[in-house]
Ligand binder design. Sequence first.
Ligand SMILES: Nc1ncnc2c1ncn2[C@@H]1O[C@H](COP(=O)(O)OP(=O)(O)OP(=O)(O)O)[C@@H](O)[C@H]1O
Ligand SMILES: [Mg+2]
Length: 296
Amino acid sequence: MSIPNDFVVQTTGLSKTYPGTATPALTDISLEVSRGEIVVLLGLSGSGKSTLLRHIDGLETPTSGSVTSLGERVDALKGRELRELRGKIGFIFQQFELVGPLTVLENVLTGALSTLTGPRLGIWTYPKSLRRKALEHIDRVGLLERAYQRADTLSGGQQQRVAIARALMQDPEILLADEPVASLDPESSDQVMSLIREIAAERALTVVCSLHQVDLALSWGDRIVGLRGGAVVLDTPTEALSKDQVMEIYGRVAVSTSEIQAVEVELAEAREQVRAGVTRRAAERFAQDSASEEPA
Ligand SMILES: Nc1ncnc2c1ncn2[C@@H]1O[C@H](COP(=O)(O)OP(=O)(O)OP(=O)(O)O)[C@@H](O)[C@H]1O
Ligand SMILES: [Mg+2]
């Protein structure tokens, strides 16, 4: 089924309430993403970023509303059709999700598993054409000299680059990235984000990437979609945003700084009270134990 417009991703009135929960994770999200766009989902923890990404990939089913990815109604697909659609959508995660004891090359090859039948054990069981393709992707992310190194011996930034190479094995049309740089230092974050941007431009990839850092969102996104409490509170191109507008984004996406500070102070006090209580009880117990001990 094709849709009569050029949107690569489109959600209409998408709402999601997880079973057993009272508060919706997403409320009435209508979002359209064009081919080649780099959209950053920006929001605090719990604002619904991962939930939205998972709907685009068909990993979750909406409570109401619809999700269309690459012209297919994701929420209506099942089985083989859903797997085929997912094959065109690459996904990278905050924790990279590599198989640590396997080499970089083996990890990247697993990105092609959806195109193969039967299990694969070791690189020699993959067709030569795929091995060559994997090495090309590893070269593209700048890690060719580490192709035979165990993945868990790489730095975080390198591991995320391996995850990007693995996603490329699918020849994806959409790349979803869920906080891809949240575990990385600022320099590696910049490297990974610029790599994602370059590769997206080379392959006309559409990227939807969640981030919680406003500065990164502004530098790397074409467009920012701000989420708060499961609702879209902002949808704006990043081009020509003024400093004031940036500050306003902080205000809309986050609760106010004073609110955050107040909560932090309260939490610290509560922790202190618990700690003091534990210490007091331990001291009382020690005093009791000492009193009941027979003198030597
Ligand atoms: N499987 C689940 N079952 C029940 N509730 C869930 C589930 N997954 C997410 N939620 C809830 O849905 C809301 C949105 O969560 P989500 O993980 O999408 O937020 P997020 O913006 O990705 O947060 P973070 O920045 O911490 O990753 C939260 O209130 C969360 O507790
Ligand atoms: Mg998340």
